[in-house]
Structure formats: structure tokens, C-alpha cells
Ligand binder design. Structure first.
Ligand code: FNR
Length: 187
């Protein structure tokens, strides 16, 4: 059994009943038990403003510390206008600074995009990957576009679709292997 690893979970939706968060929770439930998931909220982060970097808001500092403390990152994002929602982009920007001290640097990462539509947030997924490459985050190649997402969950938010569960189980195991491989390579 690999040693315990903390996975910071960044969900790109602020919605209380977010289907994207349900997918993130389903991944957590299906994951190998040595992975500990920590959802790091993005809704309280003031918009990134370089002018206040010398005396950064407490919410920025806390966010950066929580990301830095994690071994890996899982991004779960909805798609807004074929890209990521603004709160997610803001969180990425906040975590990436001050210059040279990015909290994201080198962390093994996975991306899942979620949509009630058929395309499964493909546009958001790939816009996000563009930023992650710039941020030097080794991103799992395993693609995860969860379409038709409103029909996958029961009334209490549990994943009821068996083929999606099977898919996410494989995705999560592949991510767990990717985390170990990336950490081993960096050692
Ligand atoms: C959307 N939605 C959407 N869906 C999609 O598949 N592609 C898109 O480009 C967009 N664009 C978009 C823009 C804006 C401003 C909103 C509010 C919504 C619909 C979106 O997939 C839907 O609201 C999901 O429920 C969002 O995910 P959560 O919040 O349930 O996790």
C-alpha cells in the first residue's frame, strides 16, 4: 500500500447543488484509500490584483498554503462558454503568484470536466490544460469528459450510473499511479 497522499480538490462551480462537485465526490468515494481528498474552496478569493501582492488578502495566503501542502491536485470543472468559470481561473491565478513561488509547481494533476450536455465540457477541459502546462503541473493524460451529468446521480447525490462508476474507478486508479510515478521521478 502506498503512503498516504493528500489530493487538493478544486471545483470550478460555486453552485450549492453543483453536479461537478458530485462527480468530484464520486471520484473520492471510488479512489484507493491512501488518497485523502481536501476540497479547497475558491468562492471567497478576492479577484487577483497585482497591486495588492505586497500585502495579500488572508484568503489568498490560506489558499496558497493549502495547495502547497497537497501532494497532488484534482480539478473538476464545469464549462462556461466553452471555457472554465471565472472563479476557477481566478483561483489558478491566485495560486500561481507571487512570481517564482507558485503553489501549483510540479504537482501531479488530473482534470475532469462535467456538463449536462453531450460534449462533457471538452472546451473547458482543454482551456484548463493550457494553463496547467504553463504552470509546470504534470497533467494525467487520461481524459475525463462527463456528459449528460444530470442523469447520473440519485436524489441524495450518489452516483447511480454503473458505467460512469467503472470509468471513474479506472480514472482514479490511473491518477493514483500517476501521483506515485511523478513523486518518485522528482525524488
Ligand atoms: C453554462 N453551461 C454550459 N454548458 C456547457 O456544456 N457548455 C458551455 O459552454 C456552457 N456555458 C455556460 C455558461 C454559463 C454562464 C452558465 C451559467 C452555464 C451550463 C452548465 O453546464 C450548467 O449550468 C452546469 O450545471 C454547471 O455545472 P455545476 O454548477 O452544476 O457544477
Amino acid at each position: 500500500m502506498p503512503q498516504p497522499r493528500t489530493v487538493a480538490v478544486v471545483v470550478g462551480s460555486l453552485r450549492k447543488d453543483s453536479v461537478t462537485r458530485k462527480v468530484a465526490r464520486a471520484i473520492e468515494a471510488l479512489a484507493p484509500t491512501h488518497l485523502k481528498f481536501d476540497e479547497v474552496p475558491t468562492g471567497d478569493l478576492p479577484l487577483y490584483d497585482q497591486d495588492v501582492e505586497a500585502d495579500p488578502p488572508a484568503a489568498w495566503v490560506a489558499f496558497r498554503e493549502r495547495i502547497r501542502a497537497a501532494d497532488a491536485v484534482l480539478f473538476a470543472t464545469p464549462e462556461y462558454n466553452r471555457s472554465v468559470p471565472g472563479n476557477l481561473k481566478n483561483a489558478i491565478d491566485v495560486g500561481s503568484r507571487p512570481y517564482g513561488q507558485s503553489s501549483w509547481n510540479g504537482k501531479p494533476t488530473a482534470v475532469v470536466s462535467v456538463s449536462p450536455g453531450a460534449i462533457g465540457g471538452f472546451g473547458a477541459n482543454h482551456h484548463l490544460r493550457q494553463s496547467l502546462v504553463f504552470l509546470n503541473m504534470p497533467v494525467l493524460q487520461h481524459e475525463a469528459y462527463i456528459g449528460g451529468a444530470f442523469s447520473l446521480f440519485g436524489e441524495s447525490g450518489e452516483l447511480t450510473n454503473e458505467s460512469t462508476a467503472e470509468f471513474l474507478r479506472t480514472f482514479t486508479q490511473t491518477f493514483a499511479d500517476w501521483i506515485e510515478k511523478t513523486i518518485d521521478q522528482a525524488a
